[in-house]
Ligand binder design. Structure first.
Ligand SMILES: Nc1nc2[nH]cnc2c(=O)[nH]1
Length: 359
């Protein structure tokens, strides 16, 4: 039975980990689309290469996995009979993360297609519909319970996205056919639906994976998922001759050859923050919170697009930003209220639910 001090330190640890993952998700969700769009704005044309870059930096995650392993090894007592394992993942969770990875690879292509064909503001708007899909699938797959606060948050964030739609009537980029624009729109909508399914699916696999989930395991999950997504996109790149085109495209890139490669590597690293942040928030909280954060950050991406790409700041973007923040505050207020209620109901010797999953 845990002491109250242990319980409190677990809760503090979990809160710190949640904040860290929110930070990672914010960096990836705001920086990723901007860097990806920069590639297309200055002469980049390869959609499969862009989708490949979303997950290709997966080997970087071996660094924190190694640190977690050394930490475990250091902490294991001399009497323990079995040696500390480098990888904790067992076959059921490996298979689950590989399947999620292949779905993520498909989502990457759909998403990158949208970023290639639509202005950042428009693709961000369509991606905001993802929250409605996430909420629906979370209800079906993991029996997510909704409070009046979370329903209010989903409603406000969806309205915030719809408000953004008001200014997209004439934003088809010059030289792009109507067919390409519509296809970009549909592909992005498909990406929103698919990712809205993937987030609760990750939560479901954590629950049904037949092993206790720790943050070290979450990092392994992220690595396997990104590895399989990258394999999926590698096939697309090979079929499309994208690997052969890289050198030519780099030479002709408007910002210069060196910057082409810096952009590619930077983009891959920023997207790792997005994926680790997303699966980390699911571990520390829920897939619904992951979806809410992605939606809240979209107007922030819009504002950054205004600053960096000189896109116009119409009143709708301001209204959308306010609605998103309101939705977000509503969600957190509800969570805090519910947690306080739970704490009051839980006797000291029992662990409240928020603490039952030490990181
Ligand atoms: N569908 C979807 N795919 C992504 N890939 C990276 N970010 C996103 C996102 O927000 N939605």
């Amino acid at each position: 039975m845990e002491t109250q001090t242990q319980t409190q330190s677990n809760a503090a640890m979990k809160r710190a980990l949640l904040l860290l993952n929110i930070l990672l998700l914010s960096i990836g969700n705001c920086g990723g689309p901007l860097v990806m769009r920069l590639y297309f704005l200055h002469g980049g044309k390869r959609v499969w290469l862009s989708s490949w870059l979303l997950t290709a930096a997966w080997p970087i995650i071996i660094i924190p996995i190694t640190i977690a392993y050394l930490h475990r090894r250091h902490g294991s007592t001399a009497q323990s009979s079995s040696p500390t394992k480098f990888f904790l993942m067992k076959p059921p969770l490996f298979i689950a993360s590989a399947v999620v990875g292949i779905l993520t690879g498909l989502d990457d292509y759909l998403y990158a297609y949208g970023v290639a064909r639509l202005p950042v503001s428009t693709s961000a708007l369509i991606i905001a519909s993802q929250l409605a899909f996430t909420a629906g699938f979370a209800f079906l797959l993991v029996k997510q319970k909704f409070t009046s606060f979370s329903v209010n948050a989903v409603f406000l964030l969806t309205i915030g996205a719809a408000v953004l739609a008001l200014h997209t009537n004439n934003d088809r980029p010059n030289g792009e056919s109507n067919k390409e624009y519509v296809l970009g729109f549909l592909m992005t909508l498909a990406a929103a639906a698919l990712y809205g399914f993937i987030l609760p699916l990750v939560e479901l696999t954590y629950k049904k994976g037949k092993q206790e989930i720790s943050y070290a395991l979450v990092m392994e999950y992220q690595m396997v998922m990104c590895l399989f997504a990258t394999l999926f996109c590698t096939v697309g790149m090979l079929v499309n001759n994208d690997f052969k085109a890289i050198r030519r495209e780099a030479r002709e890139f408007e910002l210069g050859e060196g910057r082409y490669y810096v952009l590619a590597v930077g983009s891959a690293l920023i997207w790792q923050c997005f994926f680790l942040g997303a699966v980390g928030v699911i571990f520390c909280a829920s897939s619904l919170l992951s979806g809410i954060l992605i939606s809240v950050l979209l107007p922030v991406t819009e504002v950054l697009a205004v600053i960096f790409y000189d896109e116009k700041f119409q009143a709708e973007k301001g209204v959308s930003l306010v609605l998103s923040l309101w939705g977000f505050i509503s969600y957190f207020y509800g969570e805090i209220k519910q947690n306080n209620k739970k704490m009051k109901q839980t006797p000291v010797t029992e662990m409240p639910q928020v603490d039952s999953n030490p990181c």
